[in-house]
Design a protein around this ligand. Structure first.
Ligand code: FE2
Length: 387
């Protein structure tokens, strides 16, 4: 995805001697999908291979809800107790399958550990907070409403400026990209795409760190964590170029596609990965057919599990949700607007809702750690008119 970007100093010709002032050569480092995929070429002060040691420190075991009953579910995730202070290490698992892992974190202000997710791309939605994402490719400022997309394997560190921070995190086994239908065969986003390259923010400042103290880097790999001790600062890049880097896209820059009648969720699609898509519901004008019903119709989508994370108190088709709610409508279970919501939407001009939807094509498991925030009355919340 994204586009070619370069920062700092790089040699005119790749794989040639690029010399430091003392005559020694900078280290050249290819990072990305090997010799056949997307990659960047980095030039660093020291070899990325200077490891003092590697040790396994933790195993993960995301346990599913033992109750396999298929039902519509509602989690009030912002009521979960914070697991800790780190945006990378203290995440509370919510939903998962073989393709994606969804979690939430409420990190504290300050500097996090150096982190490398070696088993998944990350989409980190910043529900609340502001800070800087540092990485081997430079610094990237972020703010509320940003999706931070961090491809697998890039060492990074969060510097959080705000006291209240909430991250909604989607980890993807496959590469996260813009939807295929919005990209030309040459990779450029097309005119009908709801966002374009100008909306994508790559790292903008490269600060070359010269420190040679030992630095621990926490690496997520093979469902666990390991500590890798590097003999120098990992952000000693002098320059780089390529297509593989972390980037940000703000949900407020997603241009909604509207119509005379209700537009289906694919118009809100923002990203795709292997086995899932991500959609952004943003403030927008409603449909303009004189008799249109802006609220969605009932639907039973076979082969798709739909998780919606609400970032505002308002959602046109739901009652009883709050900022931080997740509704999960699993495989084929009929769902639709709450009683009265379809009628109430007729004639409305606009919605102020903001929500992130993750649709997966394999069943999503609810993690045991999410059960304390479940609203158990959600499945029967459509029965209001019979009470
Ligand atoms: Fe749905």
């Amino acid at each position: 995805m994204v586009y070619y970007h370069r920062l700092g100093e790089i040699p005119h010709k790749r794989h040639t001697a690029f010399r430091q002032e003392d005559g020694s050569i900078y280290q050249e480092h290819l990072m990305g999908y090997g010799f056949y995929g997307l990659k960047s070429l980095l030039y660093t002060l020291r070899p990325p291979t200077e490891l003092r040691g590697v040790e396994r420190i933790e195993e993960f075991n995301w346990e599913p809800d033992p109750d396999p009953t298929l039902r519509l579910r509602h989690l009030r995730t912002h009521s979960l107790a914070s697991a800790g202070k780190s945006p990378t290490l203290d995440r509370t698992p919510l939903l998962f399958n073989d393709d994606v892992g969804i979690s939430i974190a409420r990190p504290a202000a300050g500097e996090d550990v150096f982190y490398r997710n070696g088993q998944g791309d990350e989409i980190v939605f910043v529900t609340e907070g502001e800070g800087v994402l540092e990485s081997q490719m430079g610094e990237l400022d972020f703010r509320q409403g940003d999706y931070l997309v961090i491809p697998k394997g890039i060492i990074h560190r969060y510097r959080l400026k705000t006291l209240e921070n909430i991250f909604f995190i989607i980890e993807s086994r496959g590469y996260v990209r813009s939807p295929d239908r919005y990209r030309s065969t040459h990779g450029q986003l097309l005119e009908h795409s709801p966002y374009c390259e100008r909306d994508i923010r790559p790292p903008s400042r490269l600060i070359t760190q010269i420190a040679t103290d030992e630095v621990p880097i926490i690496v997520k790999s093979r469902n666990g964590l390991q500590r890798m001790t590097l003999c120098h600062h990992p952000f000693d890049t002098i320059g780089w170029d390529g297509y593989y880097y972390p980037w940000a896209f703000n949900i407020g820059d997603f241009e909604p596609i509207t119509g005379r009648i209700h537009q289906p969720p694919p118009v809100h699609q923002t990203f795709e990965g292997d086995g899932f898509v991500v959609c952004s519901f943003v403030p927008r004008l409603f449909d303009y057919h004189p008799e249109s019903i802006p609220a969605p119709y009932n639907h039973s989508n076979i082969g798709s599990d739909e998780a919606i994370y609400y970032c505002s108190e308002e959602f046109m088709s739901r009652k009883g949700i709050e900022c931080g709610s997740i509704t999960l409508h699993p495989d084929g279970m009929p769902h639709g607007p709450h009683p009265g919501k379809a009628e109430a939407s007729i004639g409305l001009q606009e919605t102020r809702e903001t929500a992130v939807m993750v649709d997966t094509f394999k069943p999503l498991m609810v993690a045991k750690t999410a059960l304390p925030c479940e609203d158990k009355n959600y499945q029967t919340s459509w029965l209001e008119h019979t009470k």
